[in-house]
Design a protein around this ligand. Structure first.
Ligand code: ADP
Ligand SMILES: Cc1cn([C@H]2C[C@H](O)[C@@H](COP(=O)(O)O)O2)c(=O)[nH]c1=O
Length: 214
C-alpha cells in the first residue's frame, strides 16, 4: 500500500540526508521520483544536506498544486514511483492534503521531511497537517543533542547567542552560525523553556555570582 510518511525531528538531525539516501536507493533500482523542496538554505531548487550531498529539486511555491503537478507529469508520459518533499514544514495545509490525495488516488508513495515546531515550540501549519494526515510519523534515529547532552527536542532561534521568542515564523537559517548572526540551536525542552542556550550556559558558568565564596 502506498503511504504518506512524515519524517520529523529537530533541525540538524539528518532529515535531508535521509531524503537523499531514500532517493539514491530507489533510483539505483530504476524507480523514478519527483523531488520537491522549499527554501533550502543552499538556495532555490536544491535539496541539500550538511554532509555535503545535494540534488536538484523542484522549488515549491504557495500556488503549486502537487496533485495537478504529478498528474501533468504522468499524462506527459512520465513515470512517478515516489515523491520526496523536503522542508515540508514550509508547505501549506492544502498542499499536504494534495500530497495525501497523490498517495490515495495515484497510488504513489510520498516521503515528507521537516521540523515539527518553530522557535517558539509552536507547530508549523504544514507540519500540523502532516501529523493529522500521515500514515506514519517517523522520528529520526540519529538524535541531535542539546549542549547539556540530553536529546534535543526543540529548536531555538538565537541572536547574539541569546534565544529570542518574537519574530516571523519563517526565517531561513542554520545552526552553528557565528554569535553575531541570527541562527538556530537545538535544545532539550528543559533548556528551551529556560531559554538557556550554550552561550548563556557558558556565561553563567563563568559568572562570579556562581563561584564559591570563601
Ligand atoms: N562533519 C560531519 N561529520 C559527520 N556527520 C556530520 C557532519 N556534519 C553534519 N553531520 C551529520 O549531518 C546531520 C545533519 O544532516 P542534515 O541532513 O543536514 O540535517 P537536517 O536536514 O535534519 O537539518 C547532523 O546531525 C550530523 O549527524
Ligand atoms: C526553528 C525554525 C526554523 N526555521 C527554518 C530554518 C531552516 O532554514 C529550516 C530548517 O531546516 P533544517 O534542514 O531542518 O535544518 O527552517 C524557520 O524558518 N523558523 C523556525 O522557527
Amino acid at each position: 500500500m502506498p503511504e504518506l510518511v512524515f519524517f520529523s525531528g529537530t533541525m540538524d538531525c539528518g532529515k535531508s540526508t535521509l531524503a537523499l539516501q531514500i532517493q539514491h536507493n530507489r533510483s539505483a533500482r530504476g524507480l523514478q521520483g519527483m523531488i520537491y523542496t522549499r527554501d533550502d538554505r543552499e538556495g532555490e531548487g536544491k535539496l541539500s544536506s550538511r554532509l555535503g550531498l545535494a540534488t536538484k529539486a523542484i522549488e515549491v511555491a504557495d500556488d503549486l498544486d502537487f496533485y495537478t503537478h504529478v498528474v501533468h507529469a504522468l499524462t506527459a508520459g512520465g513515470r512517478v514511483d515516489y515523491i520526496i518533499a523536503d522542508e515540508a514544514q514550509f508547505l501549506t495545509p492544502p498542499q499536504i492534503d494534495q500530497l495525501a490525495r497523490v498517495v490515495d488516488d495515484l497510488e504513489v508513495d510520498v516521503f515528507a521531511f521537516g521540523i515539527t515546531t518553530d522557535f517558539r515550540s509552536k507547530l508549523f501549519p504544514g507540519s500540523q497537517r502532516l501529523v493529522e494526515l500521515a500514515d506514519r510519523v517517523e522520528v529520526l534515529q540519529v538524535e541531535a543533542l542539546c549542549w547539556c547532552g540530553a536529546r534535543a527536542t526543540h529548536n531555538a532561534r538565537t541572536i547574539g547567542g541569546q534565544m529570542v521568542v518574537e519574530g516571523a515564523q519563517v526565517v531561513v537559517g542554520d545552526v552553528n552560525r557565528p554569535e553575531s548572526e541570527v541562527g538556530y540551536e537545538v535544545l532539550c525542552r528543559r533548556h528551551h523553556r529556560r531559554r538557556m542556550t550554550a552561550a548563556r550556559a557558558r556565561a553563567a558558568a563563568l559568572s562570579p555570582d556562581v563561584l564559591p565564596v570563601d
